[in-house]
Design a protein around this ligand. Sequence first.
Ligand SMILES: [Zn+2]
Length: 526
Amino acid sequence: MYLTPYGAVREVTGSMHLITAGEDRILLDCGMFQGRRKEAEIKNHQFQVDPRLITNVVLSHAHIDHCGRIPFLTKQNFFGRIIATRATHDACRYLLRDSAHIQESDAEYLNYKTVRSYLFQQENSRRNKELSKRKIIKIRRQLKSDTHRINNEAVNEMAKRFNLVTVTPLYTMKDAEKSLDYFESYPYGVPVSIGKNTTVTFYDAGHILGSAFCLLRITENGKTFRVLYTGDVGRFDKPILNDPTTHFPEEDKNIDLLILESTYGNRKHEAVKDFKQKLIEIIDETTKRGGSIIIPAFAFGRTQELIYVLHEIYNEGKTQRLPIYIDSPLAANMTKVFGEHPENYDEDARKEFLEKGENPFMFDRIHFTQTVEESMRLMTDPNPNIVIASSGMCEAGRILHHLRYKIHNEKNTILIVGYMAENTLGRRILTEGEAYENNKREGEPPLLNFLNKSYPLRAHVKELGGFSGHADRYEILEVLKESKLDIKKIALVHGEEDQALAFQKFLEENGFKVKVPYSGEIINID
Ligand SMILES: [Zn+2]
């Protein structure tokens, strides 16, 4: 009986781990790799386990780096089930379709570029001189049905005619829709049979709506082994969500292997209670300058937490009630998922909103923009407002266009509320913006490249650590100690190498036996 981690090992994305126990081969998560485009694309296309051999999938939560490759798995003759909590299942209905749409659009755009540059080259060599503007426009028109839309039929037809190598999306909308048929969802605390000799029970991980610690009980030769996979561990006292579970039934306290995340294994966060006051200060400062606040945020989780906290702040009358725009159709759908699962809210959310007959996510200052036209109007709106848009790490999506219009203006604030992975625009905004602030905003502002142009970062950059969805090293230690689990050994995953190694040392100092595995390494469960 053993564990083979394949993704999110010495890095944060692409979570995927295989438990092999007799005939049962249980895949824990099936996430997408993110980061440098080319590198991520190669990694996402390599599925290290033959999908036909996997008996079932256990899904910890609905973040794309944990569930994003499910349609890629189900389109390759996987015959098992995908076991998740009810909220995770509901979130995946929107998330996986959205992901398919991104995959399709990315592939269409790359193929358009391939054909376009081939036609430019052909024209160049034929005329043996620089292409005229008129000719460039003519070629572009051939490949587009209007200014924004690519004419896929024309692109594909030309790619075929000229024998050009094109890319296919990792999966399509049809694949994503088909993958949803494989899901089965269950409440927390119920043992579910997932193999010949294996069950899984979900416990609230407090990381995001529906997130779960997955406790596997595997029986072999009359002896029962327990593997606890944390997925991502949330923080205590976060808005809306329950705290991470620290009460496990007596019979489940002996853990043979704990597969534990380490995103912030070397960090200590700001206290959750402090961030509300800081958010009020940021709104006040920005309002005084007459500016707007732009917040890149994941559509599922961070966006709803922000709505919830802003609702509280506005109810308490503690700041200017700037209009809030959620500029993401996915975030609007994900907010519905939050609305549909009040059974997962914590005591505070129940008391503060539900018992008063209020919806935490709907009030007079909140607006959900749907169409591209609405979004474009908002980008050029001169009135101060708060815009929350995705993607969370500023790698794609509508947030880039808001930044394009607002990054150069020192009246505005870019508010970072989430984890920014290496090599993302979000990380560059954060590090370069903070360096500029620390330098008292003297000298030339940093220049950032995106959307094929260079922009000076004059907007103020602020970070609110309290919103992090991941526990820091002390909070994880608290979960382990409070729960009084007797843990034989720990495999650390889901953390950049320096975080994982520092956390290993910290946990060893606290008496645990810890390993930081490499991808494909076998870890025995005995
Ligand atoms: Zn997560």
